[in-house]
Ligand binder design. Structure first.
Ligand SMILES: [Fe+2]
Length: 276
């Protein structure tokens, strides 16, 4: 059914029938089997063990405030917590949704979370994001006001990007900043931590030390294509979440530039990249 929605690849796993205009659906907590919750708990235990070395402090603090340890969380319960903290809520989606709809939700402080969970044999890696990826990987930082405000502003940029035909670069930069961003913590300039913690295979850091991330340059991030089936070759790092917000005023011009330029292949250095 996913192939019927413009902008999505065919063959996606979720149930795209009967969606509302905003491409959301009910989470249906009763629809999860005990085995689904067990899969969540296995994933949770494995990722939680990596947090002290690999995850940013803001991420760990956010996770502590969410009901994530016992099984697949109830989005309504998470939304009540988030609403009180930063004004965000979660909405259930069947899986990937088109960029314009995704950024539209972010602009309204609604974070789309895939409803279904992966199979047991996919504990290490899954091609499409599932509920564990979306909830565990992204929701903890939504409890943090700086990041929450940035993400809403970034979503609002979706309208501008759509108007000038630049949703692709906006989505690329989102990937570099939100999906795979690194943040420097503490005095050791080599100490980098992931702010989301998503895929074991992408653990580029060993005990929190990461090989040569590049300073975040939005122009490079907007131009750089992503590898979808291999380890990420290039990571961008920031010194604090305010740096993300500081990218916003220049974005419209930068997106127009990236729209007109040839994309940079995954892993290739962009002119001006500074190793950190
Ligand atoms: Fe993600």
């Amino acid at each position: 059914m996913a192939g019927l929605i413009e902008g999505l690849p065919s063959g996606l796993r979720g149930d795209y029938a009967g969606l509302g205009a905003d491409l959301t659906l009910a989470q249906d907590m009763a629809g999860y089997a005990p085995a689904d919750h067990a899969t969540w708990r296995s994933l949770y235990a494995r990722q939680a063990a990596l947090l002290p070395c690999h995850a940013a402090a803001a991420f760990r603090e956010g996770l502590d405030r969410l009901p994530f340890a016992a099984g697949i969380p109830d989005f309504a319960r998470c939304s009540a917590l988030l609403r009180a903290a930063t004004g965000w809520v979660l909405v259930a989606v069947p899986g990937l949704i088109p960029d314009a709809a995704f950024f539209g939700h972010l602009a309204a402080r609604r974070f789309p979370v895939t409803r279904w969970i992966r199979r047991r044999e996919e504990l290490d890696y899954i091609v499409e994001p599932d509920v564990f990826h979306d909830a565990f990987g992204h929701v903890p930082l939504l409890t943090q006001p700086d990041f929450a405000d940035f993400l809403q502003a970034y979503g609002a940029m979706g309208e501008t990007a759509a108007r000038i035909g630049a949703l692709k670069p906006l989505a690329r930069l989102y990937w570099h900043m939100v999906e795979f961003g690194l943040i420097r913590e503490g005095r050791d300039p080599r100490l980098w931590r992931r702010h989301p913690l998503l895929r074991r295979r992408d653990a580029a850091c060993d005990r929190g030390r990461c090989a040569a991330p590049a300073a975040l340059r939005p122009a490079a991030g907007a131009a750089q294509r992503l590898p979808h089936r291999s380890v990420q070759p290039t990571y961008f790092g920031i010194g604090g979440y305010a740096e993300l917000f500081a990218t916003m005023p220049a974005l419209p011009a930068l997106l127009a530039e990236a729209r007109d330029a040839a994309p940079i292949p995954p892993g290739a250095a962009a002119p001006g990249d500074q190793p950190l």
